[in-house]
Design a protein around this ligand. Structure first.
Ligand code: NOJ
Length: 867
């Protein structure tokens, strides 16, 4: 019999049987992959963690193992996710907390620059330091796992609501930023959670429950349908980097992928994640992203969050007592539960946590008052001191937030040296985004409004600001020093008065915004995703009103991504345009530091800005008629600049573009193919798995799982126990369960050809080519430049390559006259493509071109090498 993995299961499985590997006919279907690969079977730096984890889990009862895998329910603990505790051995509940840019729902924490701003720095060290500074803060509040970094969405659709949480529209850039973030976070002893796996590229229809009120015939979240190459070369790519860095946890996403729910998609979880990418940590569901019980567990899900299953706060889990029952009746094999618990504990030990030394949460996500309910969601139970208001900010946090704010600013236009400002006598500031939000920095829940300067977008990917520095404040302070008169009008719609004022100042700066966020909040009619790419609040009119009166109009775009600039970008009076890409609490100082030339701009666009919306390869699907919306990622690997290059479309500003106050000359390109490394077309076979180590233990009698009489049973709290009558009805009979066709419990002895180690076949990380290039600052002021390396591939019959792909970047600083040099390692992985037929990464034969430059279109030097 077949297992239902999605609404289209029957079709899925028929295709699975017909096709050994994916073909065009399989498009939109997900092949089944079983059994779930057990952790701890690859050699390397997880060995020690697995030894400890096995010893720990071996001593646990069935109920205790279940408790590790299951959240206690929404708001049933201090954090947004809380696992069950194991009081018998003093093992605490694990605290899982948002967000990728700072600690959500508390105080005295930093709001770091969002992923998008971090990406725009193209500065690897800052990416790493941001992770480290965040790790320190999360640990300081007693959090075991941070629900970040976010490396999906990639941003295939520029309007995608959560694009700003992740690191830009290129998998390589996302991969490097994810790698550095995970290293930094985990070095501080906190588990990093790479999310959202996978293909959650838009907010509309990501969850059935959010949309069924408006679309009554909806029966499931959208299915993102994607081909095998794009799956690996674009979307899973950054996850491979995170895993290579040791990411101990992965969050599966809300949507369906190829018509199978992401959190029960055995192809994505068992196949790509745990086999091909060698993932050794645990998979947690996004909050209510799990939609089935046994099927999800067999497909590779290890932890359910927040514990509630199909409905928020109803106290009914798809795991919890249901998992207990499933193991007792044999539908979930005991080894799978052991593997789930062992993976969770291996993650815990991997980052060096220990119940005796790791701090417990000293805050509550559900109140900022000192005292409150310990189990807030239950509305009963003990109260106590739930907030100690520990200030977890550090000197490193302060340095990193400010430096990323500076280095992420992208200057895209600067005519007549309009910037930096030079002792302006009369300055005018226009637009609400220059000033503070009227309700204060945290006045709107989860930052769900767009008024005032824009430090971050909205949703769960946010945190409470400790302060929010506005451009107005910082510019006023500079005005005192420079003797400037600062006038302003912060009303976006008061165009007549704005124009009048603009006419009587020497320089005018207009601040406009575009905001987006998570789909559970509607902000000005934008349900997570942006409705369009226009500036908000009539920003185009504001710019035009100012520019019609002032010949030195500078525009600051505070946004979550690219916007349509066409209404005024070529206006002769618009002399400079600066992008501020949600850089966190220091947004105002970041902007002002560039305006005044305190530092030279060095940010680069981590996405392409088109001239016309229709030039982009994809858009959000806003309206659907079918019960299961089908979103075909038909652009395949041609996202962002790959699409513009392929179709020779001239963008307004290309990926990687950004100006400086100084000028650089690129020189000295050298390209060296290394000798003595294996550079065959097919990579060497990966190492075999070590033998699976099953824990001793047997399925206990159902009576051992009955609710004990002596524990408090808080309303809606999730427990692992079962009721007496259920226990009496259970018989152990695995054969009763309708396992998927081809299901087997036998662990394979070898990984798939692409697998074998954390991140994939270790040979994929072999350095095959080294490239060197230099920049010389031939201007008059110090600055930094991002040297970017793009690879063009030799032709292969039947394989469509991008014109060029980013495969290296280094940020170099140089004083006037100084030269700095960058070294790039090109890995087998960077030079390969995923071959669907052989399910492997192949290194094409022929001549490659390496281009070096300062953007994806300003490529100054080129060299070649061949295999
Ligand atoms: C849903 C979001 O998609 C995810 O990113 C977040 O971590 C969880 N909610 C928990 O708040």
């Amino acid at each position: 019999m077949k297992i239902r993995t999605s609404l289209l299961t029957a079709v899925v499985l028929v295709n699975a049987v017909l096709a050994a590997s994916s073909t065009d006919e399989d498009y939109g279907y997900s092949l089944p992959v079983y059994p779930s690969p057990m952790g701890g079977r690859i050699s390397g730096d997880w060995s020690d963690a697995y030894t400890k984890a096995r010893a720990f889990v071996s001593q646990l009862t069935l109920l205790e193992k279940v408790n590790l895998t299951t959240g206690t329910g929404w708001e049933m603990g201090r954090c947004v996710g809380n696992t069950g505790e194991i009081p018998r051995i003093g093992f605490p509940s694990l605290c899982l907390q948002d967000s990728p840019l700072g600690i959500r729902f508390t105080d005295l924490n930093s709001v770091f620059p969002a992923g998008l701003a971090t990406a725009a720095t193209f500065n690897k060290n800052l990416m790493y330091l941001r992770g480290k500074a965040m790790g320190m803060e999360f640990k300081g509040k007693g959090i075991n796992a941070i629900l970040g970094p976010c490396m999906g969405p990639i941003g295939r659709a520029p309007e995608g609501g959560r694009n700003w949480e992740a690191f830009g529209a290129d998998p390589y850039l996302q991969g490097v930023a994810s790698y550095e973030s995970v290293l930094g976070i985990q070095e501080e002893g906190v588990i990093a959670t790479a999310k959202h796996y996978l293909l959650n590229e838009q907010e509309h229809f990501r969850q059935y429950a959010e949309w069924v009120g408006l679309y009554t015939n909806l029966s499931a979240p959208y299915s993102a349908n994607v081909d095998e190459r794009a799956l690996r070369e674009i979307y899973a790519w950054p996850f491979a980097d995170a895993i290579r860095a040791g990411a101990a946890s992965i969050m599966c996403s809300y949507n369906q992928a190829n018509n199978s729910q992401a959190c029960q998609n055995s192809y994505l979880l068992n196949g790509i994640l745990k086999d091909e990418l060698g993932f050794q940590g645990f998979v947690m569901s996004d909050w209510l992203g799990q939609r089935s019980g046994v099927a999800s567990v067999l497909a590779g899900l290890d932890m359910t969050m927040p514990g509630d299953g199909l409905v928020w706060s109803d106290g009914v889990s798809l795991l919890g007592s249901n998992l207990t029952t499933a193991v007792l009746n044999g539908s979930v094999p005991l080894w799978r539960l052991d593997d789930m618990a062992t993976r969770i504990m291996a993650a815990y030990y991997k980052v060096g946590q220990n119940p005796l030394t790791y701090p417990e949460p000293n805050f509550s996500s559900w109140t900022l008052s000192d005292y409150g309910l310990e189990i807030a969601g239950s509305l009963e139970g003990p109260t106590g001191l739930v907030n100690k208001h520990v200030d977890v900010r550090t000197a490193l946090s302060r340095q990193v937030t400010r430096q990323i704010a500076q280095e992420s600013m992208v200057l895209v236009k600067n005519t007549n040296n309009a910037l930096p400002l030079n002792n302006v006598r009369r300055l005018g500031l226009f637009g609400s985004a220059a000033g503070p939000p009227p309700l204060g920095p945290n006045g709107c829940s989860d930052r769900g409004c767009d008024n005032g300067t824009l430090g971050i977008g909205w949703g769960s990917g946010t945190a409470n600001y400790p302060y929010l520095l506005t451009p107005l404040e910082v510019i006023n302070a500079m005005a005192i020093v420079q003797g400037t008169s600062v006038q302003y009008n912060l009303d976006d719609y008061d165009l007549d008065n704005v124009a009048t004022l603009a006419g009587v100042v020497d320089t005018a700066i207009v601040f406009i915004t575009a905001d987006s966020g998570e789909g559970y909040l509607d902000v000005e009619g934008n349900i997570g995703d942006r409705n369009n790419l226009s500036a908000w609040h009539g920003g185009d009119n504001l710019v035009t009103a100012v520019a019609s009166e002032n010949s030195n109009t500078i525009v600051v775009v505070e946004s979550v991504g690219g916007i349509d600039l066409e209404a005024w970008i070529e206006h002769v009076n618009v002399t400079a345009v600066l992008f501020s890409l949600v850089p966190g609490q220091d947004v105002g100082v970041g902007i002002a530091d560039i305006l005044y030339g305190t530092v030279s701009p060095s940010g680069k666009l981590p996405f392409t800005i088109a001239k016309k919306t229709s030039d982009y390869p994809a858009t959000v699907i806003y309206d659907v008629i079918e019960p299961v919306p089908q979103i075909n990622f038909s652009e395949s690997i041609f996202v962002d600049y790959r699409h513009f290059d392929k179709y020779d479309i001239e963008p307004r500003y290309e990926f990687g573009f950004g100006l400086s106050y100084t000028t650089f000359q690129i020189s000295g390109l050298s390209v060296t193919r290394l000798n003595g490394v294996v550079d065959s077309e097919v990579p060497p076979e990966p190492p075999s798995y070590s033998s699976p180590l099953y824990l001793n233990g047997s399925v206990p009698s159902p009576s051992s799982a009955i609710y004990p009489g002596d524990i408090p049973r808080y309303s809606h709290y999730i427990y692992p126990y079962i009721e007496k009558d259920i226990a009496e009805s259970i018989t152990y009979n695995p054969d009763d369960y309708p396992y998927p066709e081809g299901y087997s419990d036998i662990q394979p002895s070898k990984p798939s050809p692409a697998g074998g180690a954390s991140g994939g076949n270790p040979a994929l990380w072999d350095v095959l080519v080294q490239v060197k290039a230099s920049i010389t600052n031939n201007g008059t002021t110090g600055g930094s430049e991002v040297l970017q390396l793009y690879v063009s591939y030799p032709a292969v019959d039947g394989v469509d390559f991008p014109v060029r792909a980013l495969r290296g970047f280094e940020k170099l600083s140089a004083s006037p006259g100084e030269t700095s040099t960058a070294n790039f390692d090109l890995l087998r992985r960077d030079l390969s493509y995923y071959d669907v037929a052989s399910r492997n990464w192949l290194l094409p034969r022929g001549t490659y071109t390496v281009s070096i430059g300062t953007s994806s279109r300003n490529l100054v030097e080129a060299g070649t090498f061949s295999f």
